[in-house]
Each structure stands twice: as structure tokens, then as C-alpha cells.
Design a protein around this ligand. Structure first.
Ligand SMILES: Cc1cc2nc3c(=O)[nH]c(=O)nc-3n(C[C@H](O)[C@H](O)[C@H](O)COP(=O)(O)OP(=O)(O)OC[C@H]3O[C@@H](n4cnc5c(N)ncnc54)[C@H](O)[C@@H]3O)c2cc1C
Length: 452
């Protein structure tokens, strides 16, 4: 196998299947580790196509891999076969700053993409947390969000075209450098969020925006969930449009508070993090309005106006996951979504579910989108705690469906949520999904055992 694949990509780019760094993703604490027969690193879309054709002709599974930051085990090879790592496809194929568009290959890291366009005064708004490692292809395959998805939408909203390898080994273009396209069914959107089960993204055309001149974060603190949720509703009800609208519940706040770059008021049991952006004038006006709305019934507000202070607040926000994980050495978390009017109820229930299973439960996330990162804290070395956490997750998913929500807003189904998809979708929609998979991948070799 390896010598034949080496003819396509070169000897040094076919690695042994035991290369550990390609066998897991960010779900490692949940003891998810795969096995592969080879890791292949193509340098071009044509090489990726030829690898897929070789695999498809020989019934070999292909698992596409981006930065390996996924939280659902999507990039973990479960059934052996070839891990197809897109890391060497990182070219910018074309960049037209004056037309606000760029065409880049799938392996370009998110932070690098954002840096390149920022130098021309533009922004690619999707900002999933692990931007230093995650790749554009992985973001497209999971339709990743992030804090600024509240105002700007998730990754798919910025993708106007995709180049992809489809089974049995064909390179196709869907959409392109165009901002509208209703010719035929929207196959591009089917690939977005398909977690590598329908095709392998090799490049994408993206639309961009002029970067906001200013951005002011504000962190507001409340005694508890009821006051915090009331503040969130006041922001929306006032017609204000912050770029981000985030929250931390009491447990998450307690764990993250020591690193907060300001004063967390005594007795704080809930935090709201918002950001005002726009031109200098727009951002300043919105900031002042947010200060007024958030201060009501609050215990205190931290609202730096200098760029360094603002960066500190976002650095703190990025570190919440690590702070929470460090408290007991492990966490089992899921990213559910609920309708906004059920948000407060979901917050209370998450803590109650944890209590029923003898675990501390904390949550934080993208409040404006109703997207909660609910985490059960565990000692990852204790099998009984992990088992209880998995049962708690089952209850969390059941709760989400009852509340009219979704079992995943950002991280995808991967392998971890497969058993729970049917409960949300129902038999007819599930059958449609199976038919779509079959139409793209009749042999079931693309990322087998994932999504459903
Ligand atoms: C600290 C931290 C914070 C995070 N914050 C966020 C957040 O705010 N919002 C959010 O949405 N997610 C977040 N995530 C999850 C993760 O970063 C995102 O889902 C990210 O977009 C995954 O990209 P990746 O390149 O690492 O993909 P991988 O983990 O490598 O793969 C993810 C899935 O995509 C498939 N895939 C990868 N590349 C391709 C390709 N080129 N073609 C087809 N399929 C492909 C894989 O097979 C797998 O199913 C976070 C993760 C971490 C560790």
C-alpha cells in the first residue's frame, strides 16, 4: 500500500499508520484514539484526487484530516485505512482585496487566513477557538462558528465556492467567485458541515468584509442565572446588535475568574461578554448603549477601551476551556443549542443533570446563538466518572430535543454523537440523510462510522 501511495505523493509524505499525532483530535480526554494503515499528505488537489481514486478502487477507507482540533472525533480513523491530511494544501490561489474575496486551499490554518486578509484591511469573520491549529477545510467540514457568529454567521455564510474530491476520485467545483448561485440543488451547502463523509474539500472561495475599525468588549457580572439571562434578553430586546454575546454560568465563572484581567465582583454567579464593533463612531455609540443595558441589575462591568485591554478580555475568553478542564483534570463536554426562550431553563437543567450523576456541571458559550458548551467535570483516570459523564451527556441530549434544540451547534456529530442523531431527526429525515450519503459515497468509504 505505502509504496503505491508514495508514487502519488512522494515517499516522505506517506507516513506509517502508527503516527500518533494523526490518530486523535481534541476528544482525547474521552479516550478516543484510532488506528490507520497509512497517513498520506498530498501537496495538491490533484494528488488528493488520485489518493481517493486509489483508495476507492481498493475498498480502502479514507479519513480526511485538518488541524485535528475537532471535538467530536470526526478526524479519528476508526476502521483503519488512509488518513488524508490536507496540511500541505495551504496556498492562497488568488486574493482580490478590492473585491473582498479570496480563494485558498483547504489546509490553510484559520489564524493565517485571518492574518493575510487583515493585512489588506479585511476580515474573515468566523473565529472558532482553536484558530492557530484548525484549518479552513476542517472549519468548512464542521461549519464551525465561534463568538462572532452571533453577528456575522458561521463559516458556511462566507463560502461562495468549494473545490472538492468526490468518490470515486473526481475533482469538482461547486459555486466559485460568485456571490449568488441557484443553478441546481445547493450541493455546496451539503458539503459544508458534512464532516468529511461526502467529499474532501481541497479549496474554497471565500467572501470577506472590510474589517471593523474598532471593537470594544464588555464583561458584565450578575448575581445568578436569572439576572444574567434577563440581561441577555434586554440586549436583544433593545434592538442592539453586538458582534458577540457570550456567557459563563456560575461554575464556569468560578473556575475562570482567577485569570480575569479585571475585578470579578464579590458574589458574581453569571457573566455576560459582549462586543461592540464598527466604525469608531458606531462602535463607541453601541458600547455606550451596551454599558447602559448591561449595567442594569448588574454587580459590575469591565469595559476596556484600549486595544491591549480588549485583547486581554478575549485571551481570557479563549482560555475558559483550559481553565475548566484543569479543575479536575478532565471534562466531558457537548455543544448543544436551544431556542433563546428556553436558554435559562437549559442552564439550570445542565447543573441538575450533573448533580443527578454526582458530577459538577458547568457551561459557557455563545448565548446570543443559544449555543451552550455544557461540560461535566471528571477525573479522566477514573472509568466510573467517565461512564457517569457519558450517561449525563445522554440526558443532556434528550433535554435538548425536548426543548426544541439541536444536539450540536458547532462541533458536529463525529463519532461521539452518532447514537443520538436519530432522536433529534426522526426516521424520514434520517432516511433522507442516508440516501444523500449513498449518492455521494456508494461504497461508504469516506470517513466511515461518522455523522450517523
Ligand atoms: C480550544 C478549542 C476551541 C474551539 N472553539 C470552537 C468554536 O468556538 N467554534 C467551533 O465551531 N468549533 C470550535 N472548536 C472545534 C474545532 O476547532 C472546529 O470544529 C474546527 O473547525 C475543526 O477544524 P480542524 O481543521 O481542526 O478539523 P479536524 O478536527 O481535523 O476535522 C474535523 C472534521 O472535519 C473533517 N475534515 C477536516 N478537513 C477536511 C477537509 N479538507 N475536507 C473534508 N473534511 C475535512 C474531518 O474528517 C473531521 O470529520 C474548538 C476546538 C478547540 C480544541
Amino acid at each position: 500500500m505505502r509504496s503505491e501511495l508514495a508514487r502519488i505523493v512522494g515517499d516522505e509524505h506517506v507516513l506509517p499508520g502508527g503516527e500518533r499525532r494523526y490518530l486523535h483530535d481534541a476528544t482525547e480526554t474521552r479516550a478516543l484514539r484510532g488506528r490507520a494503515d497509512a497517513v498520506v499528505r498530498p501537496a495538491t488537489a490533484e494528488q488528493a484526487r488520485d489518493v481517493v481514486a486509489w483508495c476507492y478502487g481498493r475498498e480502502v477507507p479514507v479519513v480526511p484530516r485538518g488541524g485535528g482540533t475537532g471535538y467530536a472525533g470526526g478526524a479519528v480513523p476508526l476502521e483503519g485505512g488512509v488518513v488524508l491530511s490536507l496540511e500541505r494544501l495551504e496556498r492562497v490561489r488568488s486574493f482580490d482585496p478590492l473585491l473582498w474575496r479570496i480563494e485558498v486551499e483547504a489546509g490553510l490554518r484559520t489564524s493565517e487566513l485571518r492574518r493575510i486578509v487583515r493585512e489588506s484591511g479585511l476580515v474573515f469573520p468566523p473565529d472558532p477557538g482553536a484558530a492557530e491549529q484548525s484549518q479552513l477545510g476542517g472549519n468548512i467540514a464542521t461549519n464551525a462558528g465561534g463568538p462572532h457568529a452571533f453577528k456575522y454567521g458561521v463559516t458556511g455564510a462566507w463560502v461562495t465556492g468549494i473545490e472538492a474530491v468526490l468518490p470515486p476520485g473526481e475533482l469538482v467545483s461547486l459555486g466559485g467567485a460568485i456571490r449568488k448561485d441557484v443553478a441546481g440543488y445547493d450541493v455546496k451547502s451539503l458539503l459544508i458541515g458534512s464532516e468529511g463523509t461526502l467529499g474532501i474539500v481541497t479549496a474554497a472561495w471565500l467572501r470577506l468584509l472590510p474589517a471593523p475599525e474598532r471593537a470594544f468588549p464588555l464583561a458584565a457580572f450578575y448575581p445568578g442565572t436569572a439576572a444574567g439571562c434577563a440581561a441577555l434578553e434586554r440586549v436583544l430586546g433593545s434592538g442592539l446588535v453586538p458582534a458577540a454575546l457570550e456567557y459563563l454560568d456560575a461554575g464556569a465563572l468560578a473556575l475562570a475568574a482567577p485569570a480575569f484581567p479585571g475585578q470579578v465582583p464579590e458574589g458574581a454567579g453569571f457573566a455576560v461578554l459582549a462586543e461592540a464593533d464598527g466604525t469608531d463612531e458606531e462602535a463607541t455609540r453601541l458600547r455606550n448603549e451596551l454599558v447602559e443595558v448591561l449595567a442594569e441589575d448588574g454587580l459590575g462591568l469591565h469595559a476596556p477601551t484600549d486595544p491591549a485591554g480588549a485583547a486581554d478580555v478575549w485571551r481570557w475568553r479563549d482560555g475558559i476551556s483550559i481553565a475548566v478542564g484543569a479543575s479536575r483534570g478532565g471534562k466531558v463536554g457537548e455543544d448543544v443549542v436551544v431556542p433563546l426562550d428556553r436558554f435559562g431553563e437549559a442552564l439550570e437543567e445542565i447543573v441538575a443533570i450533573g448533580r443527578r450523576h454526582g458530577l459538577d456541571a458547568v457551561s459557557w458559550g455563545h448565548a446570543g446563538d443559544g449555543n451552550l458548551h455544557a461540560n461535566f467535570l471528571v477525573d479522566a483516570a477514573r472509568a466510573d466518572e467517565l461512564a457517569r459523564a457519558e450517561r449525563a451527556v445522554g440526558e443532556l441530549f434528550a433535554l435538548t430535543v425536548v426543548l426544541g434544540g439541536s444536539i450540536s451547534g458547532e462541533h458536529g456529530v463525529g463519532v461521539l454523537k452518532r447514537a443520538h442523531v436519530a432522536g433529534q431527526l426522526g426516521p424520514r429525515v434520517l432516511a433522507l440523510q442516508a440516501a444523500i450519503k449513498d449518492a455521494f459515497d456508494p461504497k461508504g468509504l469516506l470517513n466511515p462510522g461518522k455523522k450517523f
